[in-house]
Structure formats: C-alpha cells, structure tokens
Design a protein around this ligand. Structure first.
Ligand code: ADP
Ligand code: MG
Length: 613
C-alpha cells in the first residue's frame, strides 16, 4: 500500500464539488435557492448553451456585505446555521454552506452584490475557486452571480455532459420546480435570449401553474386541501380525465422545498386507485407544510430528499387532500352541466327548471319516501313554488312518451340545512340499442356509439354507493341463518369488527368456536356467496384493520364485485337504460379494479371506416 496522505485542499474541494454540482441544472438550483433564501421578490435566471458557457442568477434580496463576500465562497461557510442545535429545525433551503464553494471550484464566477440600504456594493471574480479580482462597485440592491465555462478545469466531468439541448432542458426542469415552489416570487427564465417562463409572483398557486404549465394543464386541475394540527396540504391535483401516461408532472413541495418522495407519490396514487386504470398517473402541484422540527432535510447532498418523523401523518394528509378533491370534483362536474339545478315537480311531472329539457315524465309512485322535516327542496307546482322537506329518492323516472328520461335523482345531505343534490341527469337523450353477449350494453348517445360493460358499471356504482358517507346498507333478513365455518381466528376478527361488518349489511353472531351465524346479508349479494365474501373480508382485515381507508376500499370492492355478478345475470330494458344513463352522466368511468366501463366509437370514426367522409 502507498503511504497515506491527507488530500490537498484543492483536490478535496473538487471531490466535494462533484456531490453538489453535477451539471448546469444543479448550479441553477443552488443559486436559485440562495436567492430565495435571501428574501428576494424577483429572480431572473438566464442561461446560454444549456448553461455550459453562461449562467446568470439575479435577485433583489438582502445582498452580501462586502467583508463577507469572499467568505461566502469558502467551504462550510454559511449565514444560515450557527450551531448543531440549529440543524434540528432548518427554515432555509440552504444550510450546508457548500454550494458557492463547489460551484466556484469548477468554473469562473463573477459576483456583484449590494446590501439593502448600503451606498456601495462589491464585485468579486473567482477562477477555480481562487479570488482573482475584487473591487467596490455600484450595482442594484441584491445579488447577481454569473457562472461561466462550467467544468473547464475538470475535463473528466466535462466528458459526462450531454448535449447543450439536453443540459438546457434539465435546467428548464429545475427552474420550473423552483418557480412552482414559490408562487409568491416572480421568476423569469431566459434561455439563449428567449424568455421561457415568467411567473407573476402574486402568491396565487393557480396563476403560477398557469404561467408555467399552461392553460390546458390548469384546466385539468382541481383544488386539493387538507389540514390537521401536524400537516397541512394545499394545491391542485389532476382530474382523472387529465391523467397522464407518466409521473413527470407530479410536483411535491415540503415547507417550500422541492422534494422527491416515494411516500408522497404512493399516497397520491392511492387516492386515484379507484378512478384510474393501471398505467395512468395523476399530476399534481402539492404544497405540504409541517413543523420544521418534524422533518430531517439533512439526508441528501442535493437536499432533494427528506426524512419525515411520522410517515403516516404525511401519507394521510396527502391521501385525504387528493381524495377530497376527487369527490368534490364529482359534484362540481355535475353542477356545471346544469345551469339551474332546481327541480320542478307537480308530482306527476318532473322537469328541469330551465324549461323543456325533460318532457312529460312519469314518476313512479314510490318516489317520495320518508321525509325528515329539517331538509327542504324548492319544488314548483305550476306557478307556485314551495319548500318541500327533502329526503327523497327520485328513482326510475322513465319518460314513456319521448324516450328522454331522468334516470336517477338522488341527493346527499352533507350537513344540517345544507342540501346537496346530486343529479345524475343526462342532458342528451340516450337510446339503448340492445345488449350483446349478455355483457355489453350498446347505446347511441350524442354523436357516438358506446359499449358499456354491464358488470364493470354495476361494480363501480355499487362500490361508490358503499363508499359514500351516508350509505345505508339494504339488508335482507334471512329466514334461516347461514352458518359459516370460518375458523377460530376469522370468527373473533368478525366479532371484533362487528360495527363495520354491520354497516356493510351483515349481522354476525357467534355460533360456537369456529362458526358464525349470519342473519342478515346485504341485499345485493347472493346467499350462496356469504361465506366466501366473509372469508375474503377477514383476509383483508388481517392485513390492516377496518379503520384504514385503503383497506376498507378493498373490502368494498369484494362486495361490489359479488353484487355486480348477481345484478348482471339478466337485465330488463329499464335496468339497461338506468345503467347506461348513470354511466353517461359521468358517474362511473372506470370499474373499481381500474378497467374501463365504457368504450366509445364516434360517428366520425365509423364514417372513416365506411369511407363516408
Ligand atoms: P448555504 O446556502 O448553504 O448557506 P452557499 O454556499 O449556497 O451556502 O452560500 C453561502 C452563503 O452566501 C449563504 O449562507 C449566504 O449568506 C450567502 N449568499 C449566497 N447567495 C446569496 C444571495 N443570492 N443573496 C444573499 N446572500 C447570499
Ligand atoms: Mg445555498
């Protein structure tokens, strides 16, 4: 072995620089982070040749005192930390004191800076980390750093650089992330003389997203929010329809820091599990705020990963924010289809307030059920309008005369005196053509032919019903109880979770050591399936308990699937019509397993096929 020697400072610096500065994008990221930490309101980033020859970052932040300017370029020199104690709650993006030293070690750097309120600033030039020039200067308040000829003195590193175009697009990505992270800062990005981005800095997430990602993107986003004492989440997630084939538009920010996180990604995607098929991914811009003491940001040299002290808090925060957004979007979509969702009714006709949309519509007698006095809906009879208490299920409203019908109107009461009407009304008539193979409903709707998978549609609708907060199971009392031999472990599991099991529509009684007696089952399932369903439910309960929402969803899927099989055996015309209308009103786009529910062939496609265009 050769003799052991301590490395020369210059060599050690180059090695350290390699960790922080890997390519132009990492330089831009570090410089932008410094500008953000300086309290800037406006930041300008400019690059030429992918950042290889020229990078400039200018801010209007606090500036650097002339006597500190040289120190800023020393390794482990920082104004953001004083002692080890400060490491426990880092409130700035930087804290390692390495970036300027690392950048300067592998390039030619010019610094111009003036502190707010000072008459004079300072300028400094460095080459390979050595100061080659310094002088007082008159410059605007704030800081400009110019980095030229990156890696000119480290040919080995230079060899790893990709084309200027590729490096330039990594820089663009880095600027995008930084700019998204702070809607309150106006960020301009100029690439080879052309302005690529310019954010307004008005603190609005939507205008920031709009200026960086464009109108289409912003239009596919829905607001997501959740907060508890530990974690708050704020931002946007994509509608299922705006999902993409990759994850490149998933942006997560924790306390203003751009991060990558498998945990957060999983939480987001779990929320979409029931609305997206595999291979489709949600996009998002999510800002997560937690106490600085509950994360460790000092786990990665480029600070792009963090460690959370409680993974569960973060997971739940993101999961519920996304889930809530998806549920709200359902209401939003429905409302937005109807300009005026007030129903008019004279007990034999039910039509939309805007007039003639629904022709005379026969309403079956059982429509008005069980009306609690505290809820009202505006119902019009001829010219008079009255408030009618409302716990109504308008079901099976078929228009005999015109083929236009209101297939299903239900409501959800989300709180006292707060009435939400979910109306699954199709604005356009649907014509059911028939059913193929006892599986696919074929319909004509607007300018398309649709094929609907009956089983998948049933499953989806049933699954949604089970999941909705005000679901009340329709239990069927059995004349003779079903005895299920499930084994000792499963029996005690079912009895422990009896409230949850009951909410699903079963009543379970102990029947000896290894059996239960079932006196009620959900009306939608077959009596013969009881034992296998309960046993599947037990398997899921063993994995995680009924309290975990993801777990609960799996159980709902089991029941929805069995109910769909039962419902799907033979269908009358009315049932096909109702199912088709529900699907077309957007209620069921994918089955709970992620398979599509409906498939569209447009008239124009058919015309192309048959050479009619
Ligand atoms: P860190 O950001 O981890 O502190 P850096 O090497 O990036 O380390 O920067 C060193 C120091 O230089 C910072 O702590 C800060 O005091 C100063 N500095 C760097 N950039 C700026 C800037 N744009 N405005 C004001 N001060 C800056
Ligand atoms: Mg820094």
């Amino acid at each position: 072995m050769p003799k052991i020697l301590q490395l020369k400072q210059h060599v050690a610096d180059l090695i350290a620089a390699g960790e922080v500065v890997q390519r132009p994008a990492s330089v831009v990221k570090e410089l932008m982070e410094n500008s953000i930490d300086s309290g800037a309101a406006i930041i300008t980033v400019e690059i030429n040749s992918g950042g290889m020859t020229y990078i400039r970052v200018t801010d209007d932040g606090c500036g650097i005192a002339p006597e500190d300017a040289k120190t800023a370029f020393l390794r482990h020199a920082t104004s953001k930390l004083k002692d080890a104690h400060d490491l426990e709650a880092i409130g700035t993006l930087g804290f390692r004191g390495e970036a300027l030293a690392a950048i300067a070690a592998v390039s030619r750097v010019d610094l111009m800076t003036r502190q707010a309120g000072s008459n004079e600033g300072v300028s400094l030039s460095l080459e390979s980390g050595d100061v080659v020039d310094t002088s007082p200067t008159g410059c605007p308040e704030g800081t400009t750093i110019i980095v030229r000829d990156l890696f000119f003195n480290t040919p080995a590193r230079m060899k790893f650089m990709k084309s200027d175009r590729a490096e330039g697009s990594s820089v663009t990505q880095a600027v995008l992330r930084c700019a998204l992270s702070r809607p309150d800062i106006s960020i301009r990005f100029i690439k080879d003389g052309r302005t690529e981005y310019h954010t307004p800095g008005d603190s609005r997430i939507d205008s920031c997203v709009y200026s960086l990602l464009g109108r289409d993107f912003e239009a596919g986003f829905i607001k997501a929010q959740s907060a508890d004492e530990a974690v708050s989440v704020n931002g946007f997630v994509s509608t299922p329809a705006a999902a993409r084939g990759n994850r490149s538009y998933q942006f997560f920010f924790v306390n203003g820091r751009v991060i990558r996180s498998q945990l957060i990604q999983t939480a987001l995607e779990q929320a979409y599990k029931n609305v997206l098929p595999s291979g489709r991914f949600p996009s998002c811009v999510l800002y997560i705020t937690i106490k600085p003491g509950s994360i460790d940001v000092n786990v990665h040299p480029a600070k792009t990963e963090v460690k959370f002290y409680s993974d569960k808090q973060i997971f739940d925060g993101v999961y519920y924010a996304a889930l809530g957004a998806l549920e709200d979007s359902k209401i939003f979509n429905i409302e937005s289809q109807y300009t005026n969702p007030v129903l008019q009714s004279d007990n034999t006709t039910l039509y939309h307030d805007s007039g003639s949309i629904f022709n005379t519509t026969q309403i079956k007698e059982k429509i008005i059920l069980n009306i609690p006095a505290e809820h009202n809906i505006n119902v019009k009879t001829g010219d008079t309008s009255m408030h009618v208490p409302f716990d109504v299920i308008y079901d099976n409203c078929i228009s005999e005369s015109s083929g236009t019908y209101i297939p299903y109107v239900s409501h959800e009461v989300s709180g006292k005196n707060d009435i939400r009407t979910d109306m699954f009304l199709c604005p356009d008539p649907i014509r059911v053509i028939g059913e193929a193979f006892n599986v696919y409903i074929i319909i004509e709707y607007k300018n398309s032919i649709w094929f609907i998978d009956k089983h998948a549609a049933h499953e989806r609708l049933h699954f949604d019903a089970l999941r909705s907060s005000n679901y009340e199971s329709m239990s069927e009392a059995l004349i003779m109880p079903v005895i299920c031999r499930l084994g000792h472990e499963d029996v005690s599991l079912l009895l422990e979770n009896d409230a949850f099991i009951e909410a699903l529509g079963f009543t379970v009684e102990n029947f000896g050591d290894d059996s239960v007696a079932i006196r009620h089952i959900p009306a939608e399932i077959d009596i013969g399936d009881t034992e296998s369903i309960l046993s599947d439910i037990c398997d899921q309960l063993k994995k995680g308990g009924s309290a975990v929402p993801v777990q609960r969803d799996v159980i709902y899927k089991i029941i929805a699937c069995k109910a769909a099989i039962k419902a799907g055996r033979s269908s009358g015309k009315t049932e096909l019509e109702i199912l088709a209308a529900k699907v077309m009103s957007g209620e069921a786009a994918f089955c709970p397993h992620g398979r599509p529910v409906a498939y569209e062939i447009s008239k124009s496609t058919l015309e192309k096929i048959f050479g009619r265009t």
